[in-house]
Design a protein around this ligand. Structure first.
Ligand code: ADP
Length: 284
């Protein structure tokens, strides 16, 4: 299967006319709890895009654990290596003001306690592709990447949120997925050492650069944008499926662009990732 080792959060979203100043209280409206976290979102996106997917991560011992687990398993993701650890689940406190600006406080909670042992390590060793992001401890990301690489298993890293990579991690990556800001943070020297690099360009689609150094531009499909939240995760999930199925990397990037574009046409994050049928229909 595609094995995603990463984060899972409950996003707590509320709207207010204007953000409170420090010490101030304002009345808001429209509270929602939405499963999120890049790891979970990408696992769900890959499953919706038609992949066989397992998730390695952790939730806490709180009221969010069950719905977070259910969001993954409901999408068909194997959660046998989703551990329950003492304390709180990962949470993101999100406020959106009347202009659509947001503030976000991420509380990693159980994501800080993700380890690579037992069932998780076994899954990684048996994976067709390992998918990683940077929202769990970097030592765990590095351990998963090096274990996979040592076993000849390809490693797809979505280098988000942006940070520098330990050399050992960078050396284990087969394909990096970055937006333009993340590409700048990693820098050309690091990116040039990675065999395959996919740079997402928002409405302009994506660029793929392979081991031969040639760049291929893949345009996005023009769509009516409703909400770009989750587009990057839908892109990465669909790319993982295309990659795991083998074949032409540029074709996998085209599928990913279609998935990213479709995700912008619906509100929400993980719930906005398109199915394989919807991706096929857009590309037909
Ligand atoms: P991130 O949100 O991670 O910065 P991007 O904004 O580059 O990532 O978006 C990821 C992918 O989603 C793009 O490569 C593209 O396929 C799709 N996408 C994003 N915004 C749009 C848009 N306005 N129109 C069409 N596709 C989009």
């Amino acid at each position: 299967p595609i094995v995603v080792v990463g984060s899972v959060n409950m996003d707590l979203v509320g709207h207010c006319p204007a953000f409170p100043a420090p010490g101030e209280t304002v009345l808001g409206s429209g509270f929602a709890t939405v499963p999120g976290g890049k790891g979970s979102n990408q696992a769900i996106a890959a499953a919706r895009a038609g992949g066989r997917v397992a998730f390695v991560g952790a939730v806490g011992e709180d009221a969010f654990a069950a719905p977070l687990r259910a969001a993954l398993s409901g999408a068909g993701v194997d959660v046998s290596a989703l551990r329950t650890v003492p304390g709180a689940s990962g949470v993101a406190l999100i406020t959106v003001d009347g202009h659509g600006e947001n503030t976000i406080v991420v509380l990693p909670g159980a994501n800080s306690a993700v380890t690579l042992d037992g069932a998780g390590r076994e899954l990684v060793g048996a994976a067709g592709l390992v998918v990683l992001q940077l929202e769990i401890p970097i030592e765990v990301v590095t351990a998963a990447a090096t274990a996979a690489a040592a076993a000849g298993i390809p490693v797809l890293l979505n280098a988000s949120p942006a940070r520098e990579l330990p050399e050992e991690l960078a050396r284990a990556v087969t394909v990096a997925v970055v937006n333009e800001g993340e590409a700048r943070t990693l820098g050309d020297a690091v990116l040039s050492g990675i065999p395959h690099v996919v740079t997402t360009l928002g409405a302009d689609g994506a660029r793929y650069r392979g081991p031969d150094g040639r760049a291929v531009d893949v345009p996005s499909t023009p769509v009516t944008v409703v909400d770009t939240t989750g587009a990057g995760d839908a892109f990465t999930g669909a790319l993982a499926v295309g990659w795991a199925e083998g074949g032409d990397p540029a074709a996998a990037v085209r599928r990913a662009c279609a998935a990213g574009a479709l995700a912008t046409t619906v509100a929400g994050a993980s719930t906005s990732a398109p199915t394989r049928e919807a991706i096929d229909a857009l590309l037909a």
